[in-house]
Design a protein around this ligand. Structure first.
Ligand SMILES: O=C(O)CCC(=O)C(=O)O
Ligand SMILES: [Fe+2]
Length: 356
């Protein structure tokens, strides 16, 4: 049995910075400018007035809590995570551990149904069915598709439809703000039918058995420092803090929980596609000493064979190409072979830039 090593957090700096909160209902040109600035400075921002229905969010959250409240043997029916499925304490395949249990799902419906069969053979939906009539203003048409209601009327399916719509909208605002002529250059990748996008539910149980009561060791690593490999992450948590981002080594900026917002962060693929203009920010999650924390992360990813390269407008003589073209399958292979905290994108830096 692998036992998670306690990770006391000592001698680190916490800096309280006000992170950008962007109102998506404001004027479009202004919003796209603010998003680009946030992605360049922080690789992170929050969005409000995002249009995803509170009902869709609330149902997904309650289904997730219900899942994590199940007895361990039942949850283990959906495990071990390989990489999809239920996992506890072990993250990835290379020895990373944390005070977290999670359920990682591919967002394609076949995969969600398969997992739900494994968990509840007598109830063939992973999360109890409900009558999905919304799905967020951005993806209404796909959510009211009668075929979808028959096949995918689960909280997970509806949530995924809504957040994918929001992610596409944000990616198009980014392209506009960068003055890229093909505004679907990023969003098209996660709209593809075989996109490798994921939904990850993380549950950080409270740390009740801590005998050392000093403030620094009272909080433990739930999910260790890393960048997200995909294009864009949309994350929500319950009202319990724990997420932190890091812009310089050893300095952590806490992200306050906010029920009206989605946290958005740039992933490695978007850093590569913007030729390094946007930063894929390092972040981590701490488990709370008293309260359970739950987060739900949608990771918008390309399809395996999609080629990742910058649009021509973002490569100039003053700003030569930083990364060589690669496929998402290649990138994933590299990511799975490394530890959580390793900088994977460096492997894909252009030789010409390295040699300069
Ligand atoms: O739980 C959180 O707030 C962060 C989780 C995370 O970074 C991830 O799942 O990639
Ligand atoms: Fe992450």
């Amino acid at each position: 049995m692998v036992v998670a090593t306690p990770n006391p957090i000592r001698s680190e700096k916490i800096r309280n910075i006000e992170l950008p909160i962007i109102d998506l209902s404001a004027e479009r040109r202004e919003v796209s400018g603010l998003i680009v600035r946030a992605c360049q400075e922080f690789g992170f921002f929050k969005v409000i007035n995002h249009g995803v229905s509170q009902d869709v969010i609330a149902r997904m959250e309650s289904q997730s809590f219900e899942f994590f409240a199940k007895p361990v043997p039942e949850k283990q029916l959906a495990g071990p995570a390989n990489p999809h499925g239920y996992g506890s304490k072990n993250i990835g395949f290379n020895g990373d551990v944390g005070e977290v249990e999670y359920l990682l799902l591919s967002t394609n419906s076949a995969s969600i149904s398969q997992m739900s069969n494994a968990i509840s053979p007598h109830d063939p939906t992973l999360f109890r069915k409900f009558n999905c009539a919304c799905g967020g203003h951005l993806s209404l048409s796909s959510c009211i598709d009668p075929k979808l209601l028959v096949l995918d009327s689960s909280a997970a399916r509806c949530y995924v439809e809504a957040v994918r719509g929001l992610a596409c909208e944000i990616l198009e605002l980014m392209a506009e703000g960068l003055w890229v002529s093909d505004i679907s250059v990023f969003s098209r990748l996660i709209r593809a039918a075989d996109s490798d996008s994921l939904l990850r539910l993380n549950h950080y149980p409270p740390l009740t058995e801590d005998s050392d009561t000093s403030p620094s060791s009272f909080r433990r690593i739930g999910f260790g420092e890393h960048t997200d490999p995909q294009i864009l992450t949309l994350l929500r948590s319950n009202g319990v803090g724990g997420l932190q981002i890091s812009l310089e080594d050893g300095v952590w900026i806490p992200v306050a929980p906010d029920s009206s917002a989605f946290c958005v962060n740039v992933g490695d693929v978007l850093q590569a596609m913007t030729n390094g203009r946007f930063v894929s920010v390092r972040h981590r999650a701490l488990a709370n000493s008293y309260k359970p924390r739950m987060s739900m992360a949608y990771f918008g990813a390309p399809s395996p064979h999609a080629r990742v390269c910058s649009p021509p407008e973002l490569v100039t003589p003053q700003r030569p190409r930083l990364y060589r073209t690669f496929t998402w399958a290649e990138y994933k292979k590299a990511a799975y072979s490394l530890r959580l905290g390793d900088g994977r994108l460096n492997i894909f830096r252009s030789r010409t830039v390295d040699e300069e």
